[in-house]
Structures are given as C-alpha cells and as structure tokens.
Design a binder for this molecule. Structure first.
Ligand SMILES: Cc1ncc(C[n+]2csc(CCOP(=O)(O)OP(=O)(O)O)c2C)c(N)n1
Length: 313
C-alpha cells in the first residue's frame, strides 16, 4: 500500500512539474482494495484494470522502473512508451492492462477466465471496475455469461462515490452495487474498501470459490475518491472540506498502521524502514525513467499487430 501511495505522490508531483505527458488518474486513498485482493492471487492469475490502474498494476507485482518509464512515454516502459499511464500491462505477472475505455475490462476478464477453464487450469481472473463503469452494458453481459458458465472470475467494484464529476446516487438507483448479484444468481458482498484486512478476507473467499469451480462473485468495495478525477481537475463539483474530512477519518494506510501497531505486528520503526526502502525504489524508478530514451518516430507503427500467428506472450 505504501509503495502505491508513494509512487503516485511522486507521479502527481512530476505531472504538475510538466514532466509527464497525457492524462494521469490517481488511486490515492483506494490502495487497500488492490492490495487486499491481489494478496490472494498467484502470478499465473489474471487481473484487468481501469484508467486508474497504477495501484492494481503494482499490487499484482509489476516493477516500478518500467512503470515509471511508461508513464514518461519512454522506450524502456512496459508498452515501449506508447501506452502511458492508462495502458500499462505486464503479462508476465498476469496484469492484462489498464484501460482507457470505462468498463473495458469485464469481457477481457471473463475471456481470461474462460481460457483458464477450457485449459483445465485452476487460475482465476479478477476484474476491477468503478461505480460509474457498473452502469455500462458490458457489465451485465459479462457478469451474466460468467455466471451462466460458472467462470472463475471475481468482479470487484471500487465504489469511490464518483464517476468523473457525477455523484454515484444520481446515476444509480440501487443502494448497493453488490445487490445486483441477485439478478445473476451469484453471491454479492460488500467490503470496507478502506480496511485492507476486510478486503483480504472477503476477496479470499471469492477467489477460493472461483478457483474451486464455484463460479463468479461480485464484491463491492465502499471507498471514496480522494483526488480529483485526473491530476489537474479543478473539482468544482464538491467541497474541499468533504475531501479533507474523508481522508482524515478514513485513510486506509493510517488505519493499517494503527492496527498493526496496536496488535504489535510491526513497530513504528519497522514501518518507517519500509517507507524508506520504498522511497529509495521510487527514486531509482524516477531516475531510470528520466534517463531513458523516447521511442523513435519510425517505431510508431511497430507492435500494433501480432505477426506470424497467435502469440503466447
Ligand atoms: C466508454 C467510455 N465512456 C466514457 C469515458 C469517459 N470517462 C473516463 S473516466 C469516467 C468515469 C469513470 O467512473 P468510475 O467507473 O466510477 O471510475 P472512477 O473514475 O471513479 O475510478 C468517464 C465517464 C470513457 N473513458 N470510456
């Protein structure tokens, strides 16, 4: 969680300095969800992500250097500098990609889960998506099909109360997105998205169910979007006081630290050591990205199609 938080604080700083091109959407305040879920996954399991994907990517085990380089648009990045923040993928750790298309991950996750089932593997796929994305048609199509075919997939809704400038309740009639599971005949469960222990435990049940042939689960992690929709968002649609209160009362990292200290699992000193180690990793990632070359113009048309048949990469 600290790695995600500090990485994104650095990305925020670098974007505001004008060093990063394109758009950046931050996951700050939602780290407990990606972390709690992905701790239940193996390298060979899959995830699909969103436009707010740095947290999912780090939690699934991607490396900070090629991530930072990709965000900078450099050739050493995961997508050779052509994807940027919203399209980082690392197939070697089962991270099938962040996605600029809202709701673009449902059918990819269902497809990955179908592949696992057809190949007789007990790997699973997890699909992360937002509350706004849950109103897209692809949600209903993918969840229905996955339920009917009992595919090993876990749908994780990150309900951060906002879809860009639109509050959740103005577009969604149901109190809880998890309640929609009833319509598809699968379990639905609400998770405290700012409590990594709660996320971990409920995700563990859902992943185990998927792995052992029980089919999909819909988890809804209740959280709050602390940052603007994107870096630079003037946030005219909500008050600064509301945001500050939510962070003060419910920061997932503060809650984690307080609990591990109270339960004597880690000391303040050990927590500070973790932070220092992560800060060093991030400094190295920044330096790597800054020193890496941009792709050449002629590389623009490379890697667009798989040549010579289907790739297993
Ligand atoms: C298909 C599609 N429609 C609209 C957009 C524009 N858009 C980008 S992010 C966003 C809001 C998404 O909200 P939510 O799914 O709740 O995710 P959050 O940003 O809160 O994490 C919208 C409408 C898009 N990228 N793709």
């Amino acid at each position: 969680m600290t790695r995600i938080r500090l990485f994104e604080e650095k990305v925020n700083e670098l974007f505001l300095k004008g060093e990063i091109p394109g758009f950046v959407h931050l996951y700050i305040g939602e780290e407990a969800i990606a972390t709690g879920v992905c701790q239940n996954l193996r390298n060979s399991d899959y995830i699909t992500s969103t436009h707010r994907g740095h947290g999912h990517t780090i939690a699934k085990g991607a490396q900070l250097k090629p991530m930072m380089a990709e965000i900078f648009g450099k050739r050493t990045g995961y997508c050779k500098g052509k994807g940027g923040s919203m399209h980082i993928a690392d197939f070697s750790v089962g991270m099938l990609g962040a996605n600029g298309v809202v709701g673009g991950g449902y059918t990819l996750a269902a497809g990955a889960a179908l592949a696992c089932k057809m190949q007789g593997r007990d790997d699973v796929a997890v699909c992360f998506f937002g509350d706004g994305a849950s109103n897209r048609g692809t949600f209903h199509e993918a969840v229905n099909m996955a339920a009917a075919w009992k595919l090993p997939v876990v749908f994780v809704c990150e309900n951060n109360q906002w879809a860009s400038t639109t509050p959740y309740r103005t577009t969604t009639a149901v109190e809880n997105i998890a309640d929609r599971s009833v319509g598809y005949g699968i379990p639905g469960e609400i998770v405290d998205g700012n409590d990594v222990f709660d996320v971990y435990e409920k995700a563990a049940r859902a992943v185990e169910r998927a792995r052992t042939g029980g089919g999909p689960t819909l988890l809804e992690a209740k959280t709050y979007r602390i940052k603007g929709h994107f870096v630079g968002d003037p946030e005219l649609y909500r008050s600064r006081e509301e945001v500050q209160r939510m962070m003060k009362e419910n920061d997932p990292i503060t809650r984690l630290k307080e609990r591990v200290i109270a339960e004597k699992r880690l000391s303040e000193k050990e927590l500070a050591q973790i932070e220092a180690q992560v800060e060093a990793e991030i400094r190295e990632a920044e330096q790597f990205a800054v020193e890496s070359p941009f792709p050449e113009p002629h590389e623009l048309y490379e890697d667009l199609y798989v040549e010579g048949g289907v790739s297993n990469a």
